[in-house]
Design a protein around this ligand. Structure first.
Ligand code: HEM
Length: 416
């Protein structure tokens, strides 16, 4: 049975693109080069994720990535993600009822449970919230190991057993078990919700012409798990925390959601929830879950008059861009009205929560739909009062709540 679908020549090690030898990557003619060949996912963090978690849509270089992205794209169009709206709204509504009953919650923990549950039901066909407490920490530990290793100036050889590696492998085993459960369930229930997994079962590997192996599918699903739940959870946690401090904004969201009625929200309601969408965009501006994106320069390139030699690690500081006082009035102020379409002057390249170019987030429509329906549904049902002055941050890989985010929650009797 084939264990890996890509020819050795396309693997990072084959071209020596580790940061210890920057210039080799630029000299290798077979390396993929992105749309114009200037930058690609060959930075150390991509190399390390490929080494430790395997190839997937997030970390592949351009050439092997392109066919795969084309094959997966139909699942993530604005039109298609609407099929998940019912579940998203239902999950948010039932969780909000539970929060009101318990009175005090940790927004970080609860929003992670919510997004895992949504992701599980829509793409994996499994109630991942059952695993939320067991799955969240190992997921974080595994990506944190890769991030830390990427940032080390000197790395121990991959074969060397270390306590950190043992913890990483233990964490990965937990994640892999959950993914294997989802794959097994998708095989037996061909009509269930596991759309993403079923699509992977059907796809043909462009490199081999054969079906994807289980190992390959597992590696791909790992990327969707880590890229698809923490990110939206941070956005929701931050939005709720900000609304928990600003009751005027919270009341506007509640009033807008109440206008829709008390039925389950649907994808088509987004048009009636423009202010809620603005709140989500403002949360993504102030607290972008992908605080940076990185590439390696594959050849000498000039950007805005600066020469960037081949092999340079290039980082776009999305957090810095979103907080730049040259680009934003009072950047530290949480002001959803800056995204009001009527008066907004925000340019395409000053606001990049989902990245830009060909490698932009495949889950952007999914995330906006989920976050908007969840926020509107939650705030329509409950009042939130934030109990901490600060929103703690950590970046195990993406930017997440770095500690408890306590809030008091009670049932909303009248909307605004
Ligand atoms: C608020 C939520 C989200 C944010 C802020 C976000 C942000 C991003 C960013 C900035 C990138 C580009 C990374 C780069 O250029 O290196 C990305 C890629 C990606 N995201 Fe998201 N994401 C979110 C939600 C999701 C969801 C819900 C999914 C899946 C269901 C997802 C799956 C992915 C995948 C697979 C990639 C790699 C895409 C490719 O290279 O083709 N993301 N995300």
């Amino acid at each position: 049975m084939p264990t890996d679908r890509r020819p050795r020549a396309s693997r990072p090690e084959a071209c020596g693109s580790d940061s210890r030898d920057h210039h080799l990557a630029a000299r290798c003619p077979r390396r993929s080069r992105g749309r114009d060949g200037a930058f690609d996912k060959e930075m150390i963090v991509h190399v390390q994720t490929r080494t430790w978690a395997g190839d997937n849509l997030f970390n592949l270089p351009h050439e092997p990535w392109l066919d795969q992205r084309r094959a997966l794209q139909p699942l993530f169009t604005k039109k298609h993600v609407a099929v998940y709206a019912d579940r998203m709204a239902e999950i948010a509504q039932s969780m909000a009822a539970g929060w009101a009953a318990s009175g005090a919650i940790d927004l970080g923990r609860e929003t992670r449970r919510l997004t895992l549950r949504v992701l599980g039901h829509s793409l994996f066909g499994l109630d991942l919230s059952d695993h939320a407490d067991d799955l969240g920490p190992p997921l974080t530990r595994s990506v944190q190991f890769i991030t830390r290793r990427s940032l080390q100036p000197v790395r121990a050889p991959t074969w060397m057993p270390t306590p950190a590696r043992h913890r990483f492998r233990t964490a990965m085993a937990v994640v892999t078990d959950a993914i294997d459960d989802a794959m097994a369930a998708a095989r037996t229930d061909s009509g269930g919700d596991a759309e993403l997994i079923r699509l992977f079962f059907e796809l043909t590997d462009p490199a081999t012409g054969e079906q994807f192996t289980d190992r390959t599918i597992r590696q791909e699903l790992f990327a969707f798990l880590f890229a698809g739940h923490d990110t939206t959870a941070t956005t929701l946690a931050y939005s709720l925390w900000a609304l928990g401090h600003d009751h005027e904004v919270q009341d506007r969201v509640a009033a807008e959601a109440a206008e829709v009625g008390d039925r389950h929200l649907q994808a088509s309601d987004l048009a009636q929830l423009p202010y809620t969408v603005q709140v989500i965009h403002e949360a993504l501006r102030v607290c972008p879950p992908a605080a940076t994106v990185a590439r390696m320069a594959m050849r000498d390139v000039e950007v805005d008059g600066y020469r960037i030699p081949a092999g340079t690690n290039a980082v776009v500081g999305i957090y810095a861009l979103h907080h730049d006082p040259v680009l934003w009035d009072h950047p530290e102020r949480f002001d959803p009205d800056r995204f009001d379409r009527e008066r907004s002057t925000i340019s395409r390249w000053q606001y990049l929560p989902f990245g830009g170019g060909p490698r932009t987030c495949i889950g952007d429509h999914f995330a906006i739909l989920e976050a908007t329906l969840a926020l509107a549904g939650i705030v329509r049902a409950v009042c939130v009062e934030s109990l901490s002055d600060d929103f703690p941050l950590a970046t195990p890989f993406t930017m997440v709540a770095g500690g408890p985010v306590p809030a008091r929650v009670c049932a909303r009797t009248t909307a605004a």
